[in-house]
Design a protein around this ligand. Structure first.
Ligand code: CO
Length: 298
């Protein structure tokens, strides 16, 4: 027994040394001491409308200009839109697919920036995916940035940006009606919260929602109460896509334009998404900046 142990000791030591050197040698290879590599993942709901691409291109340009050394990736949360685009030969990742790709490309620090307007269902889906990647430990750090409407500072900046969207031709006695998307999610409250703050500055500015509160019927009754003769309709969505073109400015009977015109209110429509305006893009970028400062020195 003793004899065997004596003979085994050198063998074990040799094996341990091989393993140890092997391990040391592999450290660089397998990335135990991975070099810091920071990446940005921009996550939007998505749009299949070609005209909506100007919004995304504007954001993409601004992000790349602000952080020229950081690679920028994109993901769309809407599966329907991703599949629609795939049929046109355009590939877009889901947030999970994009993060898996970034993990494979050895990113260590990932800033995920939501390009959503509110922290609704889509945002919380992204949050769950980010949480899953965080618990897998594939990145040293992964942080999700706030959507457009979040802190009070962002709300105030959003009010400023809303007023910058209003065409100069709009007269003081004319109403301005923004069409937000709206949601069944509790975060829908951000729309009336923003409207309240906008109305402190101009009581004829309204923010409605196509799939939430306040609905066009409420907006209409408020306009009637104030005896409004003319209204400007603008989308309060990052892209002027299907909702803006059809539900807001379309000629169908149930579009906001038709409903208000039917009530004797003259309508002017503007088809430009919030992401086409720098003042809004700056708010998203300020949230992304907050995430990226967390990566300094870590
Ligand atoms: Co919708």
């Amino acid at each position: 027994m003793k004899k065997m142990a004596n003979r085994l000791v050198p063998a074990i030591l040799a094996m341990a040394m091989v393993l140890a050197t092997g391990t040391v040698g592999l450290a660089g290879h397998h990335g135990t001491h991975k070099e810091k590599k920071t990446g940005i993942l921009l996550v939007a709901f998505g749009s299949s409308e070609t005209s909506a691409q100007v919004s995304f291109e504007n954001i993409d340009r601004k992000v790349k200009a602000a952080w020229p050394d950081v690679p920028v990736y994109w993901a769309y949360t809407s599966r329907i839109i991703r599949h629609k685009l795939a049929k046109q030969g355009k590939h877009l990742d889901s947030p999970a697919m994009a993060l898996a790709r970034m993990a494979d490309e050895q990113f260590t620090h990932v800033a995920v920036q939501s390009l959503h307007t509110i922290a609704g269902a889509e945002y919380h889906d992204v949050r769950r995916v980010v949480g899953a990647f965080k618990s897998m430990g594939v990145f040293d750090k992964i942080i999700l940035g706030h959507p457009l409407l979040a802190t009070q500072t962002a709300m105030e900046k959003a009010v400023d940006a809303l007023f910058e969207m209003i065409p100069a031709e709009r007269k003081k006695q004319e109403a301005v009606v923004f069409m937000g998307h709206g949601t069944h999610h509790p975060a829908n409250a951000f729309y009336p919260a923003l409207m309240f703050q906008a109305q402190q500055r101009d009581p004829l500015v309204f923010i409605g929602a196509v799939e939430g509160y306040p609905e066009i019927d409420e907006i209409h009754s408020w306009l009637a109460e104030k005896k409004i003769k003319t209204a400007w309709l603008l989308p309060f969505m990052s892209v002027a896509g299907d909702h803006a073109k059809n539900d807001m400015a379309g000629d169908e009977d149930d579009s906001w334009k038709s409903i208000l015109m039917g009530a004797g209110i003259q309508c002017h429509t503007v088809l430009k998404g919030t992401a086409e305006y720098d003042s809004f893009v700056h708010i998203w970028l300020s949230h992304l900046k907050e995430v990226l400062v967390h990566f300094n020195g870590s």
